[in-house]
Ligand binder design. Structure first.
Ligand code: NAD
Length: 299
């Protein structure tokens, strides 16, 4: 049992913190949004007064923030984690951010004597609630071993990807594949509907055929076949289209910098950009199904 500071209690952070409480850890959590703080209290955690109190609460600090700028601010700012964490604390950033920021923050943490990991996740809000997330972890072998028990309270598959930044590298590749496969699944359902094939029939066939993938069987973008999927609740997130676009930009930046060929990743980034520009940013990323349907019918 440990006391853990948890900063960022949104769609993912809230259920992850709740699972740590269930595993008998003491959580001192903070989020800038009051409703997120209230949710932590409902789940049995202690609400910290701000980042400094959460950072100083115990020997482990976990963050689950939107993107690189928030991670820089929360760790490196004057009221940030590095200024307030206990000496030798273990710092774990689970946000999905750019590799450069992950490496830079880890280097500054190391300079101050903190062990730090980038540990982004896969599995979505469903996996976060079920405690079945996949963690892809960048950092030293020793720090990975130290973090493993606490990560195991939130996830099922915990992989050491390599040195600082390697977790983020794995994550942006994963999400580029996910975005392309989500769009492909949406297009399949849209075409089937035009041809008069019910969605459930296509699902029953494709979920056991060669097009099977998580976007279909774990997170189906049409209502019905997968009851827990956001498509059954008006595409409330889940994982927002804005966050998916952020990750696609990260993978496109990395592809540009390294000369990797990612034409489908580029097409997915363009489509999510159009969807977000059309007002879909706060919807779940599977909501692009509705957008493709509207585009098809010329609306
Ligand atoms: P979210 O926007 O729901 O949660 C982020 C939380 O951070 C918000 O509650 C926000 O108020 C809080 N926050 C922002 N700045 C803060 C600050 N300075 N101090 C304290 N709190 C602050 O996002 P999410 O869906 O929970 O995703 C979090 C991260 O995990 C993102 O990087 C995302 O890409 C990644 N991710 C999300 C999913 C998913 O399915 N939602 C899956 C895998 C990875």
């Amino acid at each position: 049992m440990a006391t853990i500071g948890f900063i960022g209690l949104g769609n993912m952070g809230a259920p992850m913190a709740a699972n740590l409480v269930k595993a008998q850890h003491h959580i001192a959590g903070f989020d800038i949004v009051a409703a997120a703080r209230d949710m932590l209290a409902e789940n049995g955690g202690h609400i910290a007064s701000g980042v400094p109190e959460a950072a100083a609460a115990g020997d482990i600090v976990i963050t689950m923030l939107p993107a690189g700028p928030q991670v820089r601010e929360v760790y490196l700012g004057p009221d940030g984690v590095l200024a307030h964490a206990r000496p030798g604390a273990l710092l774990i950033d689970c946000s999905t951010i750019d590799v450069e920021t992950a490496r830079a923050v880890a280097a500054q943490a190391a300079a101050k004597g903190f062990a730090m990991l980038d540990a982004p996740v896969s599995g979505g809000t469903i996996g976060a609630a079920a405690g079945t997330l996949t963690f892809m972890v960048g950092g030293t072998v020793e720090t990975f071993a130290r973090a493993r028990p606490v990560l195991a309270a939130m996830g099922r598959t915990i992989v050491h990807a390599g040195p600082a930044g390697a977790g983020q590298t794995a994550k942006i590749c994963n999400n580029m594949i996910l975005a392309a496969s989500m769009i492909a699944v949406c297009e399949g359902f849209a075409l089937a509907e035009k041809l008069g094939l019910p969605a459930q029939t296509l699902f029953d066939i494709c979920s056991t055929s060669t097009s099977q993938c998580w976007a279909m069987t774990g997170y189906c973008p049409v209502p019905g076949p997968v009851p827990a999927a956001p498509s059954n609740r008006g595409y409330a997130p889940g994982f927002t289209a804005a966050n998916m676009l952020k990750d696609l930009r990260l993978s496109q930046q990395a592809a540009g910098a390294t000369g990797a060929a990612t034409p489908l990743g580029a097409a997915a980034a363009n489509l999510y950009q159009i969807y977000v520009d059309a007002g879909g940013g706060a919807s779940d990323f599977s909501g692009i199904m509705q957008f493709l349907n509207r585009t098809q019918s010329g609306q």
